[in-house]
Design a protein. Structure first.
Length: 365
């Protein structure tokens, strides 16, 4: 009150000057930045859609539970086609399980990782130090042809099955957010994580020294990689084989290599958008991309599975080819083209299955 009276007793000029100064200060403090009008704040739902990571202290882990028995069923239908029935691999990916012992579970250090040990393959269960890493990766990236499609409980179940294969949990175990911390105490490599100091200590010295010219260079340095023209499409069109998660796309390898970076971006951006069919018909090629069929099948030649043109040639002239292929696409299977099974595609409608099968029988062009 005293301070207010002193202010009121000041000459009018001083009071006006003080108010003007305060106004200027307030204006500077709240002046808009050049970027204030760009974009908008992310909505809570948008943040939640990306904020799905699970940390080693289990922050971010959703509530849920899944049994080894349930995990067995999900594994055989969604995972075995790439990882084998028992996580032993089947020519697609390296083994997930193996190389750990009961002693490793007891000590938390995998003996087969020690220098001088010549174990033939470093499996996932040998290397993973935290069970949260496995939960997080399965949740965000699996299955290969439909990432993020597993329910929370099925993620727990698949992880329980994998942990059972490694003898970390028993066959009747039900993994949940309530007991996962206890499972962490049995991870075979839980004490095997090391810290490279230069990456964590701001005063640390890196393990490499840069000797490239950084300014006033005599010539412009260009970094990049490329394949010779004859080898660009050795594995089909790489652009069509990427999973549709995120902005990155592979090169359009069925066309000549672009001469400039701008050309490369234009080709990839254009190819990433699937063409629309006329007359409301089903666009089969867009369907192949959106369901990740091109992750395993090339247009002409074999990758993981046979090329679409090879399938067309095999069933050329067969009366029931369309119905047969539609059934194979929907139900999956193995043995016709080798031991590697094809995962089922039950999410496709009958019309989509018929369109895909018809496109193949008609020559896959």
């Amino acid at each position: 009150m005293k301070s207010m009276m002193q202010t009121l007793n000041k000459p009018l000029g001083q009071l006006v000057a003080a108010l003007v100064f305060c106004g200027l200060t307030f204006g500077v403090a709240h002046a808009k930045k050049p970027w204030d009008e760009i974009g908008r704040d992310a909505k809570p739902a948008e943040i939640a859609a990306w904020d799905i990571d699970v940390r080693p202290d289990f922050k971010g882990l959703p509530a849920g539970a899944g049994s080894v028995d349930r995990g067995t069923a999900v594994w055989e239908s969604q995972c075995a086609s790439c990882h084998g029935v028992f996580g032993e691999s089947n020519e697609v990916f390296t083994p997930l399980v193996g190389g750990t012992t009961a002693k490793d579970i007891e000590t938390g250090n995998v003996e087969n990782l020690l220098p001088g040990k010549n174990f033939p393959q470093r499996t996932t269960m040998m290397k993973a130090a935290t069970v949260s890493t496995l939960w997080d990766y399965i949740n965000r990236a699996m299955p290969w042809n439909a990432p993020k499609s597993l329910s929370t409980n099925d993620v727990y179940a698949v992880l329980a099955y994998l942990l059972n294969l490694a003898d970390v949990v028993p066959a009747d175990y039900v993994l949940s957010d309530k007991n996962i911390a206890d499972v962490q105490k049995r991870m075979p490599n839980r004490n095997g994580m090391t810290v490279f100091t230069p990456l964590w200590d701001v005063k640390g010295k890196g393990d490499v020294q840069n000797v490239a010219c950084m300014k006033n260079c005599a010539t412009e340095l260009t970094l990049g990689s490329s394949l010779p023209d004859f080898a660009r499409d050795a594995h089909g069109d790489i652009n069509q084989q990427n999973r549709l998660i995120g902005p990155v796309r592979g090169s359009v390898t069925t066309e000549p290599a672009p001469k400039t970076l701008a050309d490369a971006r234009a080709k990839v951006t254009g190819a990433a958008s699937a063409p629309k069919a006329d007359g409301g018909a089903i666009d089969v090629k867009a369907l192949l991309v959106s369901n990740s069929c091109t992750a395993c099948h090339g247009m002409k030649t074999k990758m993981v599975g046979p090329g679409f043109a090879e399938v067309a040639e095999k069933y050329k002239g067969q009366a029931d080819a369309k119905a047969y292929l539609a059934g194979k696409i929907k139900n999956g299977g193995a043995g016709v083209w080798g031991a590697i099974p094809m995962p089922p595609q039950p999410q496709l409608s009958d019309a989509e299955l018929a369109a895909m099968a018809g496109w193949i029988v008609d020559g896959a062009k």
